[in-house]
Design a protein around this ligand. Structure first.
Ligand SMILES: [Mn+2]
Length: 244
């Protein structure tokens, strides 16, 4: 049976090896050939570029490549922490890079997939920082710098406060409900799956036409608490992977 899996906000880093081990076990033990895996952003706690040769990057690259080679389709969205993910990584992993807004059938109905940071429009400073980080020229200049310098800059951004705090998980604001409805209408969907806020829940949103939409917020991952949502073709349900 083909299943679709949805995960987000793993925030993989060498500093949390147990979460990395959980992810590797998830890929190897839960996914079966024919399954599809959607990673909706912030797979990495930070991504300095596809040429990263650090141990973490190599391990995740290898684990994803082994997964796609087993016949599992991989789809990845960028998050606010790993916005520098590019096509080279996708090619090396056998994965497909999805745009920031992607509509696909989930549990039998058209569903919008997002990382979720675009929905947090109350955080003006963050949205400003986001535009800067996502600017193609900024990106081009950054990715031309040597790896060591990019690592230093990434560490510096994590230490600093101000506009960059929005890149830190603890500071994330929740979504703006009017913005959620705007995206639901723009993409003509009644189901939305996203991560980013670290506030896992199922929400209902009333639409201007009198209908109701469902918004599923994926959990962030920790070694002792993690879950994937699974679509068996008819239903989308959470599956605890740690912490039950
Ligand atoms: Mn995020």
């Amino acid at each position: 049976m083909t299943r679709q899996w949805f995960i987000a906000d793993l925030h993989l880093t060498v500093e949390r090896p147990a979460t990395l081990a959980l992810f590797e076990a998830f890929l190897a033990e839960r996914l079966q050939p024919g399954d599809r895996l959607f990673i909706l952003g912030d797979l990495f706690d930070v991504w300095v570029g596809d040429d990263d040769d650090a141990e973490l990057a190599e391990r995740v690259r290898g684990a994803l490549r082994a997964t796609s080679q087993r016949g599992i389709e991989l789809f990845i969205q960028r998050g606010n922490r790993d916005f520098a993910i590019g096509r080279r990584l996708m090619h090396e992993c056998g994965a497909t890079l999805l745009p920031d807004c992607h509509v696909t059938p989930v549990a039998g109905q058209p569903t919008l997939l997002m990382h979720g940071d675009l929905l947090c429009t109350d955080d003006i400073d963050y949205q400003k920082a986001r535009r800067r980080f996502r600017n193609p020229l900024f990106r081009w200049i950054m990715l031309r710098k040597p790896l060591a310098e990019r690592r230093r800059i990434a560490a510096e951004i994590r230490r600093r406060s101000g506009a960059a705090t929005a890149l830190k998980a603890a500071e994330i604001m929740d979504v703006n409900p009017a913005t959620v409805v705007r995206y639901l209408r723009r993409y003509r969907v009644r189901q939305l799956v996203h991560g980013h806020t670290h506030r896992p829940a199922v929400h209902r949103h009333g639409l201007p036409d009198g209908g109701t939409a469902t918004r599923i917020v994926l959990p962030d991952w920790h070694a002792d608490s993690a879950a994937a949502w699974v679509d068996d073709g008819t239903r989308l349900e959470p599956l605890p992977l740690a912490g039950g």
